[in-house]
Design a protein around this ligand. Sequence first.
Ligand code: ASP
Length: 327
Amino acid sequence: MNRLLLLATGGTIAGCAENSATLNNYTAGVLGGDALLAAVPQLQGLAAISVEQIANVDSADLLFAHWRALVVRIRAAFAADPELAGVVITHGTNTLEETAWLLQLLIDDPRPVVLVGAMRPATALSADGPLNLLQAVQVASSPEARGQGVLVVMDGQIHSAQSVTKLATQGVGAFASPGRGPLGWVDDVGVHLPMASGSRQVPFAGLDLQEQWPQVPIVYGCVEPEPLLLNACLNAGVEGLVFTGTGAGQLSAAERSALEAWPGKRPLMLRANRCGSGPVHRDFEDERLGLLPAGSLNPQKARVLLLLAVLAGWDRDQLKALVTASP
Ligand code: ASP
C-alpha cells in the first residue's frame, strides 16, 4: 500500500458550525488532521497515511512562517523517505492557490503534492470535505500524478497550481482554471490525467527560506486611482510590488507619472490584471519603468513569485528571464 504524508493546516475542511444546516457561520480550523482522516474510513484501503499538523487556522490567517514550515517539512520528508508516495495538504480555500503556487516554485520532486479544501464545514449536511479528501488521496497515490507538479483537487477536478483559482464565494464548484480548464478529473473509476510533460522548471528549488520575508504589496487599478497608495509603497522602500492593472494590465497616466517621478531605486515589479483570465504581455514603455509582465499569473500568484525572487536576491534581469520565458 502507498505511504502518504498528510499535512493539515486548517480551513473550512476542518471547520465546525453549531448545527448541520449552518453553512456560513462557522469556525474554520477546529478539527485536527486525524479527525479528518477518521471521517473517511474508505481511506484505509487506499493508502497508509501519517498526519502532521502544521497549523489549524482560517487560511486568511496563514503566515509566511507556515509557508516556510510546509516547504521545510515537504523537502525533508521527500529527502528522508524514497518510499513516500506523495504529500496531501488540507488547506482553507481562500488562499489555497497561493500556497499551491508557492510549493510549485520551491519543491523539486516528481512525487505528487496535492492540496485540498472544502467549501462547506465538516459539520454541514452534504459536507464536501470527506469526498474531496478521499479524491486528493486517490490522486496523490496514483502513478498518473507523478511529474505533474503541485496539484489542487476540488469537486472531482484536478487543477495545476499555476492555473487554479477560487472563483466563487459559495458552492462546492468554486475552483476553476480560467482559460485552460482543469488538468484532469478523479472519480471512482480512477485518476484521469494526461501524460506528464517531462521535466518541469522549479526556479527556486535550491532556495533556503529565511525567517524574515519581505513585504510585497498589491496595488489595484481602478478609475481615478489614488497615487498615494503607490507612493506610500515606494516611500516605505518595498522590495517588490504587484500592479493589478485594468484590462491587460494597464496603468493609469497618474500611476505612470508617480513611478516616472520616483527618484529612488525601483522595487521588482510585476504587472498583473484584474480580469481574472488572459495574459499580460510585454510592454517596452512599462519595462523602462521597471514593470515586467506577470503573464497569466493572477495578482496574488504574481506576489508569491515576487516574494521568492526578493528572497533569492534576484535582480530585474533574472526576473525578466523567467517571466518572459513562461507561457
Ligand atoms: N475560511 C476558509 C479558509 O480557511 C474558507 C475555506 O476554507 O473554504 O480559507
